[in-house]
Design a protein around this ligand. Sequence first.
Ligand code: ZN
Length: 276
Amino acid sequence: MMSPALLFLLFLLMADLSVSVPVNNEYQNNELVGDSEVVPRPKANLQNIVLHGDIAEPNTLSRNADPCTAKGCKWPKSGHYVYVPYFISANYSEEERNIIIRGLQSFHLSTCIRLVPWKSGDVDYIYIESKDGCWSYLGRQIGGQYISLEKRGCLYHSTVQHEVLHALGFNHEQVRSDRDNYVWVHFENIKPGREHAFEKKQTNNLGTPYDFTSVMEYPNDAFSKNGKPTIVAKCNPNYKFGNAKEMSANDIFRINKLYDCQFPVLKRSASRSYGP
Ligand SMILES: [Zn+2]
């Protein structure tokens, strides 16, 4: 005879299974079984990219966030929403998938971005896979694009949001066009070869101030070769920043502004930040 506590535990386990996110069954040992049309194949050629920090750029093109968002790298809007199809590699465990899905769905709470499962016929989409490190393309690429979330080191809520923000067209905070008003960048402390991750871009700042709490801000000692800071806040040289656990109010505001999200589609959590 099972004790009530054990029965309850069993119930919880079964309840948990019943609400778990369905795993993709089209793969087996990374081999496709069945219909070869059911898995997208991003056109982005991985042999031909340059990684700038964690931003993948096609070798032949050098694009910044907002210059490209003005020239077609924004995701299209359909009605009130901007649908971004995604496909998650079957190589993640269910627990890992759930971290990723939670990160994707966080955009639904406060923006008009809707990450939706890829379906046959979707041409532009993100393909999330555990490659070497955490990285993303900047803005929408034609024909599908990767976001790499390596199992070891990238499966955090903030990292999922960060890489998706790149795919939506956002650059790092410290490369903003007006960053010199807010931070000093100490190139003498940066690891050789990593300087490009700190080069200023002609970003469209969408009327928002520099935000040290942005999930797109690097930590003070990012890519430091000697333990000394690479980015220092002018307002307070001792200020420690760049470890945001989730998108800031500014990150959310910028998405809504860039994509012209209409407030009635936003849910409760957003209306708290943005008034009625
Ligand atoms: Zn980044």
